[in-house]
Design a protein around this ligand. Structure first.
Ligand code: ADP
Ligand code: MG
Ligand code: MG
Length: 888
C-alpha cells in the first residue's frame, strides 16, 4: 500500500521540512512548524506523487486513497473536537495546494469547506455569532464556485456590490446576518444557473471536488506559464493540504495577517507585515481593504493613521515576534509567514523562505553570516548571480525634474520607463515588438503573470506591500508602485486619471519603485550607488573563486565601469569599435575602400595616431592590469559607406571621385559577410593594417611604460584564425614592428601574441597553433555560430521554435552549448596545454557573463572569463559559486 496521506497537528507530524519533495513546500513546513511546537491547526497533506498519478490516470484517484483520507479526517476531528458535516458542531476545512517550490498565487485555496445550509446554523450556534457564520458561508460559496466549479469570481463580486447598494451600506462588514443570508441565496442561484447544478451540499462531495480542483490546477495555463518562466519541471506536481479552519473573522479580537521576518525590499532586520482585524484569508493580499501595519515603526514609516498590531494586540504581537526569531534561527533564512488570530489566540498557517529583492537578498545574507546564522559560503551561494543585474543598472537622477502624476507604495525598488498599457496581453504583445511598457492595473492577479514578466515596471491602484503585484514584482525584479489609490483607471477608455490630469494608453511614464512615484514622461538616469553589503559579499566571493574575471571594453567609460565592478583586466578590446565615432569612421571607411596599398597607407597614417591615443588611454586606465587587444576584425558590411552622403564624405577625405568610391564599395560587398573577408584574413591580404596596429600598440606601450616606470605588457590577439600558418605570418609582422619600435625608442616592448579560438578547425588544431601562440581566448560567439552553422544575426526568426520543440534548452548564444561547442573547447584546452604547458586560456564571448557558462568555464579549467562591464559582478559571483559547489 502506498502512503498518500501525512498528518500533522498537536505538536507532532508525520512529515517535516526534509520531505518537501513529497509534501510540497507548504505541507512540509506546516509539519515542521508542528514539530517545532508552534500553534498550527491540525490537518494532513496528500502527497505530490498523487498529482502525477491523478494526471496519468485520467483524473482518477487510486482505490486506497479514500480510506487514508477518511482516517486522517477522523484524526483532525478528534484533535479539534468537531465533526465534518455535523449540523451541531461542524468541522470546517481549508484546502490548499503546495508545490515543491512556492508558486505564489498559482494554485487556488478554498476556505470554510464543509459549510452547507445545515452546518451554517451549527457554526452560528457554536460561535454565538450568526453574522460570522453567514459571512463564512458566502465566502465559501464564492471561493468554491470560482476555484472548483469555474464560476468566475466577478459574478459574485457584482452580486455583492449590488446587494450592498440595496442594503444601503458601503463596507462588507456592515452587512448583517440577514443581509448575508439573502446574499447566499443569490450566490447559490448564480451557481445553479451558471453550472446547471445546485451548489453541492454534501461535505464529502465538496471535499473531493476541492481535492480534484487542486490537482487539476497544476495544469492550468497560468501554472504552466509560471513553470516555464521559472524552469519548474512538470513532473514535480503539487500536494494538497487539508487543514482545520481557524477564524480571523469572528469579531474585533480576531485578525489575519502576513509578514516577512525582515524587510523584503531593503533586507533591513525589522519585522515587516500587514494585518486586518476581523478578516479572513486573502483579504489582506487581495487589496480590497487597505491593510494595517504590524509594527509601530512600520506604521510611522508610511505615516499611516490606523493603529499597528503591536498597539492593538500587544500580547499576540509579542508571541508572533518570538516566533519570528524562532523560525529564522531554525530555517536560517528570512521567512514569509501567514497567521490568523482567533479570539485572541495566534495560529500559524504558513512559513516559507521569503521572496526578496536582490538588494535585500544581499543584505540578509551578509547580516546572517555576520550574526553566525550561516557561513560565508552559504551567504555567497544564496545570491542568484543573474539577479545582480537589478542593482547594477542606472537609477533615476535625483536632481532631474519630475512631474509627479501620482504616488503609491514603494513596492519593489528600481526605476522603469515605458509606454502605458492596461492589460497583460497588450504588455506581452508590445514588449514582443521591442517596446518598453509599464503595465498598469487596478490590481494584478495570477492571470497577469505573463504581462508582468513582459513589462519593465508595474503600477497598481489598489493593494498593499504584500499584494500580489508587490510580491511578484519583487520576485521578478521588476520595479513596482502599488496601491496608488488616487488613480482612477478606466480600462474601457484606455486611460487613467488623477483629478483632472489624464494619462492614456501609449503615453510614456516613469515609475520609481523605491520612492513610490509615478512620473509623467521619461526621467534621466544615473549610475547606482552600490551598498557596503554588496562590497562585502563580492569580497567574500573573490576569496572563494579560482577563475579570473576580465572585461570586454574599449571606451574609457566602459573601462571605468568595469573597474568599479571589479574587473581584473581587459580580456577583449575590439579595435574596430574604436571607430564608431562620426569623425573617425570616415578614416576607417577610407582605409576599407582604398584601391591599393598607397591609398590604404594614406588612410592608415590618419588612423595610427588615433589608435595610439586609444591604446595609451587603455593602458593608463588599467594601471598595469592585463590588456588584451584584438587586431582589427570589422564585419565589412557594418563599415561600408551607405548612401550618397557617406560616400561623398569618404571620397572627399581620400581625394578621389565619388564614382570610384561607389564602385569600390559595391565590389567589396559580400554575400555572406560573417564568413567573408574578415578577421585575420584582412591582415593577410593587407599586412599594412597589422603593421599599423602593432605600431600603435607598441608606441603606446612604450610611452605609458615610461610614464609608469614599469613595463606595460600588452597581449596582442589575432582573430579568426583557422590555421597555424595564418598566425605565423601575422606574428612575424608583429615581431618585426616590435623590433623597429624598440630600435626607435630605445626599449624593446614586452608583449605576448596569442589568438582567438573561434573556428572549429582552430579548436581541433590547437596543439599545432599553441606551438606559436602564447595564449588562447575562446571567442564563443563565432565558435557557436560556426559549430552550429547558425548565423547569430539571423537566428532570431527560428530560435523560439527550436526552443519550443525542445531542440535547444536555451539560446546557445546566451548559454554555452556544453555538449558541442563545449566539447571543442575541451579538446582545444587539452591539445593546447599539451603543446605548451601553462598556456593561458580564457573566454571572451557573451557567454563570459552568463552564470551557467561561467560555471562551465570553471569546470573545464579555464584561467579567466571576460564579459561586458555590467556583467563583471555576475561573473565574479558565478565563479565563486562554481568553486564552492566544487568542494561539496
Ligand atoms: P498562497 O499560497 O496563495 O499564499 P495559501 O495556501 O497560503 O495561499 O492560502 C491563502 C490564505 O488562506 C492564507 O493566507 C490564509 O490566511 C488562509 N488560510 C489557509 N488555511 C487556513 C486555515 N486553516 N484557517 C484559516 N485561514 C486559512
Ligand atoms: Mg492563494
Ligand atoms: Mg500563503
Amino acid at each position: 500500500m502506498t502512503k498518500w496521506v501525512y498528518g500533522f497537528g498537536d505538536g507532532a507530524a508525520e512529515g517535516g521540512a526534509e520531505m518537501r519533495n513529497l509534501l510540497g513546500g507548504k505541507g512540509a513546513n506546516l509539519a515542521e512548524m508542528c514539530n517545532l511546537g508552534l500553534p498550527v491547526p491540525p490537518g494532513y497533506s496528500i502527497t505530490t506523487e498523487l498529482c502525477a498519478h491523478y494526471t496519468d490516470n485520467g483524473k482518477r484517484f487510486p482505490d486506497d486513497l479514500k480510506g487514508q483520507v477518511e482516517a486522517a479526517l477522523r484524526g483532525v476531528e478528534t484533535a479539534v473536537g468537531a465533526r465534518f458535516g455535523d449540523a451541531e458542531c461542524p468541522l470546517l476545512l481549508s484546502v490548499r495546494s503546495g508545490a515543491r517550490v512556492s508558486m505564489p498565487g498559482m494554485m487556488d485555496t478554498v476556505l470554510n469547506l464543509g459549510l452547507n445550509d445545515a452546518t451554517v446554523a451549527g457554526l452560528a450556534a457554536r460561535s454565538g455569532d450568526a453574522r460570522f457564520a453567514q459571512d463564512s458561508y458566502r465566502r465559501f460559496i464564492q471561493m468554491y464556485g470560482d476555484v472548483v466549479l469555474g464560476v468566475d469570481h466577478y459574478h459574485f463580486e457584482d452580486l455583492l456590490e449590488a446587494h450592498k447598494d440595496d442594503c444601503g451600506v458601503t463596507l462588507d462588514t456592515e452587512l448583517t446576518a440577514e443581509d448575508l443570508q439573502a446574499l447566499i441565496v443569490l450566490f447559490k442561484d448564480k451557481v445553479a444557473t451558471e453550472t446547471s447544478t445546485p451548489f453541492p451540499q454534501d461535505p464529502d462531495a465538496q471535499l473531493w471536488g476541492a481535492i480534484s480542483a487542486v490537482f487539476g490546477s497544476w495544469q492550468t495555463a497560468r501554472a504552466v506559464t509560471y513553470r516555464r518562466l521559472n524552469d519548474i519541471p512538470e513532473e514535480w506536481g503539487t500536494a494538497v493540504n487539508i487543514q482545520a479552519m481557524v477564524f480571523g473573522n469572528m469579531g474585533e479580537d480576531c485578525a489575519t495577517g502576513v509578514a516577512f521576518t525582515r524587510d523584503p525590499s531593503t533586507g533591513e532586520n525589522s519585522f515587516y507585515g500587514e494585518y486586518l482585524i476581523n478578516a479572513q484569508g486573502e483579504d489582506v493580499v487581495a487589496g480590497i481593504r487597505t491593510p494595517q501595519r504590524l509594527t509601530i515603526r512600520g506604521k510611522e514609516l508610511i505615516g499611516a493613521s490606523q493603529p499597528a498590531m503591536e498597539e492593538v494586540m500587544p500580547e499576540v504581537f509579542a508571541q508572533l515576534e518570538g516566533i519570528r526569531g524562532q523560525l529564522e534561527r531554525h530555517y536560517r533564512d528570512m521567512q514569509d509567514i501567514e497567521f490568523t488570530v482567533q479570539r485572541g489566540k495566534l495560529w500559524m498557517l504558513q512559513t516559507r523562505d521569503g521572496k526578496r529583492t536582490t538588494a535585500a537578498a544581499i543584505k540578509i545574507a551578509v547580516d546572517m553570516a555576520n550574526a553566525g546564522l550561516i557561513d560565508r559560503k552559504t551567504a555567497v551561494s544564496r545570491i542568484d548571480p543573474a539577479s545582480l543585474d537589478q542593482l547594477l543598472h542606472p537609477t533615476l537622477d535625483p536632481d532631474a525634474e519630475r512631474v509627479i502624476f501620482a504616488r503609491g507604495l514603494p513596492a519593489s525598488p528600481g526605476a522603469a520607463c515605458g509606454r502605458v498599457v492596461f492589460s497583460a496581453d497588450e504588455a506581452e504583445t508590445l514588449a514582443g515588438q521591442g517596446e518598453a511598457v509599464i503595465l498598469v492595473r487596478l490590481e494584478t492577479s495570477p492571470e497577469d503573470i505573463h504581462g508582468m514578466h513582459a513589462a519593465k515596471g508595474i503600477l497598481t491602484a489598489r493593494g498593499g506591500m504584500t499584494s500580489h503585484a508587490a510580491v511578484v514584482a519583487r520576485g521578478m525584479g521588476r520595479p513596482c508602485v502599488a496601491g496608488a489609490g488616487e488613480i482612477r483607471i478606466d480600462y474601457q477608455a484606455g486611460e487613467m486619471r488623477v483629478r483632472d490630469a489624464t494619462i492614456r494608453a501609449g503615453d510614456i511614464i516613469t515609475i520609481d519603485g523605491a520612492a513610490g512615484e509615478v512620473i509623467r514622461g521619461a526621467v534621466p538616469t544615473i549610475e547606482p550607488m552600490l551598498s557596503e553589503d554588496f562590497g562585502t559579499l563580492m569580497k567574500w566571493a573573490d576569496e572563494f573563486r579560482r577563475l579570473g574575471v576580465r572585461t570586454n571594453a574599449e571606451t574609457a567609460e566602459e573601462v571605468a565601469t568595469a573597474l568599479r565592478f571589479g574587473a581584473e583586466g581587459i580580456g577583449l578590446s575590439r579595435t574596430e569599435h574604436m571607430f564608431f565615432d562620426a569623425d573617425r569612421i570616415v578614416a576607417m571607411r577610407e582605409m576599407i575602400v582604398a584601391e591599393d596599398e598607397t591609398g590604404r597607407r594614406a588612410a592608415l597614417d590618419k588612423i595610427l595616431p588615433m589608435q595610439r591615443a586609444d591604446f595609451a588611454e587603455l593602458f593608463r586606465l588599467m594601471k598595469g592590469l592585463p590588456v588584451t587587444i584584438r587586431l582589427l576584425d570589422p564585419p565589412l558590411h557594418e563599415f561600408l559607406p551607405k548612401g550618397e552622403a557617406e560616400i561623398a564624405a569618404v571620397a572627399a577625405a581620400a581625394g578621389v571621385s565619388v564614382e570610384r568610391v561607389r564602385r569600390r564599395a559595391l565590389r567589396l560587398e559580400e554575400t555572406n559577410p560573417m564568413l567573408g573577408h574578415r578577421g585575420c584574413r584582412l591582415a593577410i591580404t593587407y599586412p599594412e593594417i597589422c603593421e599599423m596596429q602593432a605600431r600603435a600598440i607598441f608606441e603606446a606601450a612604450v610611452t605609458v611604460s615610461e610614464e609608469f616606470g614599469a613595463a606595460v605588457e600588452p597581449e596582442i590577439m589575432v582573430p579568426l584564425i583557422a590555421t597555424r600558418r595564418e598566425f605565423d605570418i601575422l606574428k612575424a609582422i608583429i615581431d618585426r614592428v616590435a623590433e623597429d619600435v624598440g630600435a626607435e625608442r630605445g626599449t624593446r616592448p614586452r608583449y605576448l601574441v596569442g589568438t582567438m579560438i573561434e573556428l572549429p578547425r582552430a579548436a581541433l588544431r590547437a596543439g599545432d597553433i599553441a606551438q606559436s601562440a602564447e595564449f588562447f581566448s575562446f571567442g564563443t560567439n563565432d565558435l557557436t555560430q560556426t559549430v552550429y552553422g547558425i548565423s547569430r544575426d539571423d537566428s532570431a526568426s527560428f530560435l523560439d521554435d527550436y526552443q519550443d520543440a525542445g531542440i535547444f534548452d536555451c539560446d546557445p548564444f546566451v548559454s554555452i552549448d556544453e555538449e558541442g561547442v563545449g566539447e571543442l573547447i575541451r579538446i582545444a584546452i587539452e591539445r593546447g596545454r599539451a603543446a605548451r604547458p601553462g598556456l593561458k586560456m580564457g573566454i571572451c564571448g557573451e557567454h563570459g557573463g552568463d552564470p551557467a557558462s561561467v560555471n562551465f568555464c570553471h569546470r573545464i579549467g579555464l584561467d579567466y572569463v571576460s564579459c561586458s562591464p555590467y556583467r563583471v559582478p555576475i561573473a565574479r559571483l558565478a565563479a565563486a559559486q562554481a568553486a564552492i559547489a566544487d568542494e561539496t
